[in-house]
Write a protein that binds this ligand. Sequence first.
Ligand code: TA6
Length: 303
Amino acid sequence: MIYTITLNTAIDEVLVVESQKKHGYNKIIDRKSSIGGKAIKTNILLAKYGIASQALGFVGGLQGTVYTNRLKELGILTNFVDSETYETRKATILVEKNTDGSSMFVEKTKKLDDKDIEQFFSKIDDLIENSIVVIAGSCPSGFTEEMFELLLIKLNLKNCFLICDVCDEYLKIAIANNANFVKPNEDEFKSIHQCETIDESVVLETLGKLKNYAVTLGGQGCIYKYNDKFETLKISPRFAANYEIKSTTGCGDMFIAGLTLGIINGKNPIINAMIHSMAKALEDGSDEINLANVEKMKEYIGG
Ligand code: TA6
């Protein structure tokens, strides 16, 4: 079984406008509701390929009920702690058609209580061993750095393959605990290593102790190491010339989802990560991907 842990769930309201008029009248030309939170995108992608997975983490409030029901409709097994104090957040994602930029506004989280934490760790103790586990996204209030480290230690002791898409102190904890794969983007990398530009030497210097990792560089591609292969993978400028990039929000999540798929089916995980991430950029929704576009992305990787 593949497990994902989305500690901080959210429902994303995606608003599409021509281009944002600050302090002005903005006509919404499209809106959609996406399933937010980071690790959950792995469940969503695997479900599209008919691969079973289980989603853990925290939900709460009315949004939490909606969140869980939508996942069940997708055939995803959910095993969240349903908190009485914490609430699944609402995020608003503003997509501007005339740029490939999108802006995200994410609610502050309410606090988990001790009962929630206890329930969560007993699920981890009872459920998971010898599995691939994707942990991605922020931690809600009440889930401390110490708890995050305890989670990694427990999963390591259970012989799990840990894929972590986290940032700041949590990224440092994932590196210190030898996560099997980490994926900082440019900002997240710079949050743990001050540098002007990210090149292979600073990546090796910062992440070199890990066996597998990728630093994603948006439309430029990524610098990765996987199974002792270290290289830079570029995205050809022909990609943006041939396709309308609608929204890059969620591309990092889909990178992790594609990587997990590649590990499961034994096909190059990093290429899988890239082509699914690129295909997601062609959609407005933060959880959206058209599988018919995925293979077409391959020709744009490299020169
Ligand atoms: O990366 C996109 C996204 O996962 C959105 O779906 C939105 O829910 C947000 O980021 C959640 O990120 P966070 O780090 O707050 O868990």
